[in-house]
Design a protein around this ligand. Structure first.
Ligand code: UDP
Ligand code: MG
Length: 204
């Protein structure tokens, strides 16, 4: 099995560098993530004339205050109108266990117990969005962690005023996004599908 995976990966990378994306596409639809296929790394080495990596993914979550305030639709709309593709979506009551893994880097912070209480106070809407530089772009769209510092026009800048109720989560790096997506979603819950307007949102 490991040998077979290696073989597929090698073949895929060869095809990828040759500019033939058909093999990559078929592997992606078989459930291989872009990072597992070396997509992120390959993106950094491409020549100017080659296509951008439109398959980067990030985790966006509408936090309990956003759900309670009926902001889910407006938040989804912002990502749709920016041109990103929704590939996973679910509403859930997040468990302490999931959140302690999700926020593992913050365990020692004084606000951590209050953060856990807030995040378990009601349902969360978790989403995976896909597109070129979606991690960086969505952080800009979401705005500063502390809404006091968040620019008007960002989600936090428009809908919140306190760091303890900042409405939405967005992964902060491609590596973090991959870790968080695996934590919140099973592979079968993520869909690979082709946007019919793809050539209108970027050069593919
Ligand atoms: N947070 C808080 N008080 C703080 C800093 C952070 O309640 O002083 C919460 C807030 O909900 C924030 C989350 O902890 O979104 C995670 O913090 P992080 O530094 O990762 O910010 P983010 O990546 O969400 O902008
Ligand atoms: Mg963070």
């Amino acid at each position: 099995m490991v040998m077979l995976q290696r073989c597929i990966l090698k073949k895929c990378l060869q095809q990828f560098y040759l500019g033939n994306q058909e093999t990559t596409k078929s592997l992606l639809s078989a459930g291989f993530t872009p990072a597992r296929l070396g997509g992120h790394r390959a993106a950094g080495h491409r020549s100017k004339s080659s296509v951008p990596d439109v398959r980067e993914r990030t985790l966006i979550a509408v936090k309990p205050d956003g759900v309670q305030r009926r902001l889910v639709g407006q938040i989804i709309q912002r990502f749709e109108q920016r041109g990103f593709k929704l590939v996973g979506l679910k509403m859930l009551q997040a468990s302490d266990d999931l959140l302690s893994q999700h926020y593992c880097e913050l365990r020692t912070k004084p606000f951590y117990p209050r953060l856990l209480h807030y995040m378990t106070s009601g349902p969360v809407v978790a989403m995976v969005w896909e597109g070129h530089k979606v991690v960086q772009t969505s952080r800009t769209m979401v705005g500063h962690t502390n809404p006091v510092e968040a620019q008007a026009g960002t989600i936090r800048g428009d809908f919140s005023f306190h760091v303890s109720r900042n409405v939405v989560h967005a992964s902060d790096s491609p590596e973090g996004a991959q870790r968080e997506i695996q934590l919140w979603f099973q592979r079968k819950e993520l869909l690979n599908w082709d946007c019919c307007d793809q050539t209108m949102t970027c050069e593919v």
